[in-house]
Design a protein around this ligand. Structure first.
Ligand SMILES: *Cc1c(COP(=O)(O)O)cnc(C)c1O
Length: 380
């Protein structure tokens, strides 16, 4: 193939040209500090607040409930640690957090650390398609339960959880509700009102925005303890001069996102799945329904995912085995483990994640290439 085909969009996406253009002035003539009271500062302040408003609108929040952070990881840290420390300070006795076995590492590792600080964590099981059991959730909520944190769209297998039902339970049981929506943002409906959300993690680089910026939605009704102290930026929740250019880029990425593009991506996804399932001894990991529009995760039995990844790379096709965060570590995917894949299925798995920059032509070429390579590798 003479053209590169990038199919690792759950790891990160290309910055959209319009996003890049929108950011540029904030690196050059509009370089003011939003905290400065003069005109140069206020110009940057206006851009920052305008960006905040656009992002808030997308999740039906108020703009004063959006805190800019350095990305999804920081937002997850601020949400969980900030709330835990706030309750500790208030001596409320609430130290129990409920999450799932298929969270991103930036939730699981925070939970692990919180356990060392006296938190009690419950990790919900998921079924073979990656869905939590909301009845199990109801059962494990106790008098000391503080927070339920559940990933919206899973980054490895694409499972989209029913946040409306989780939100209903959290409201009824009077516990806080957080979701990591980095993968689902702009792809799935996400309304803090409809889902009764108190905290929402977002980032820009999964939606064709720049890396190094994210946001945390924080419901007005409660306080978080900040993790970073200083000049009192972002309502004292996140001190440090704001990254204006990236905030502008983030907002632009949100603004230009649209449903039609998502539906086009979904069609390409289904073509990929259909093409792959024509290969014998192949299994789709994750659900058929309620699946992220851009996610394919598939096992070609008898073929090592890593070998396939390497072959594809030589053809200019970029995919992933497991999640990008784990591919450097010699560690099995905790998500594929949680949905009950056996050793062989795990090793044979491949994640292919699409974006609006993929084409029908590229997708067909990838199916053809994989059919050939799988055949060759199996013949060995
Ligand atoms: C990418 C991702 C993160 C981490 O976001 P960064 O901005 O890279 O720190 C967190 N959660 C999920 C679900 C992600 O996909």
């Amino acid at each position: 193939m003479d053209k590169e085909v990038y199919l690792d969009n759950s790891a990160t996406t290309a910055v959209d040209g319009r996003v890049f253009e929108a950011m540029k002035p904030y690196f050059s003539e509009k370089y003011g500090n939003p905290s400065s009271v003069h005109k140069k500062g206020q110009e940057a302040r206006d851009a920052l607040e305008d960006s905040r408003e656009k992002i808030a609108k997308e999740i039906k929040a108020n703009s004063d409930e959006i805190v800019f952070t350095s990305g999804g990881t920081e937002s997850n840290n601020l949400a969980l640690k900030g709330l835990f420390l706030s309750e500790k300070k208030a001596n409320s006795g609430k130290n129990h957090i409920i999450t799932t076995k298929i969270e991103h590492d930036s939730i699981l590792e925070v939970c692990k650390w919180l356990e060392s600080q006296g938190a009690e964590i419950t990790y919900l099981d998921v079924d073979k398609e990656g869905f939590i059991d909301t009845e199990q959730l109801e059962k494990v909520i106790k008098s000391n339960t503080l927070l339920v944190s559940i990933i919206h769209g899973n980054n490895e297998i694409g499972t989209v959880q029913d946040l409306e039902e989780v939100g209903r339970i959290c409201k009824e049981k009077k516990v806080f509700f957080h979701t990591d929506a980095c993968q689902s943002f702009t792809k799935e409906e996400l309304s803090v009102k409809k889902y009764n959300l108190d905290l929402v993690t977002l980032n820009a680089h999964k939606i064709h925005g720049p890396k190094g910026i994210g946001a945390l939605y924080v419901n007005k009704k409660f306080d978080l303890v900040p993790l970073q102290h200083g000049g009192g930026h972002e309502k004292s929740l996140r001190s440090g001069t704001e990254n204006v250019a990236c905030a502008v880029g983030f907002a632009k990425a949100v603004e230009i996102s649209n449903k039609q593009e998502i539906e086009e991506i979904r069609k390409l996804r289904d073509k990929l799945i259909e093409g792959f399932l024509e290969i014998k001894d192949t299994k789709l990991n994750g659900p058929k329904e309620n699946r992220l529009a851009n996610n394919v995760n598939i096992s070609f039995f008898g073929v090592e995912g890593e070998a396939l990844e390497t072959y594809l790379e030589q053809k200019g096709i970029y995919v992933s085995t497991g999640s990008a965060c784990q591919s450097n570590k010699d560690k099995e995917s905790h998500v594929l483990n949680a949905i009950g894949l056996d050793e062989d299925e795990l090793e044979a798995s491949l994640r292919i994640s699409l974006s609006k920059f993929n084409t029908e032509e590229g997708v067909q070429a990838v199916v053809k290439e994989i059919k050939e390579i799988v055949g060759k590798l199996r013949a060995f």
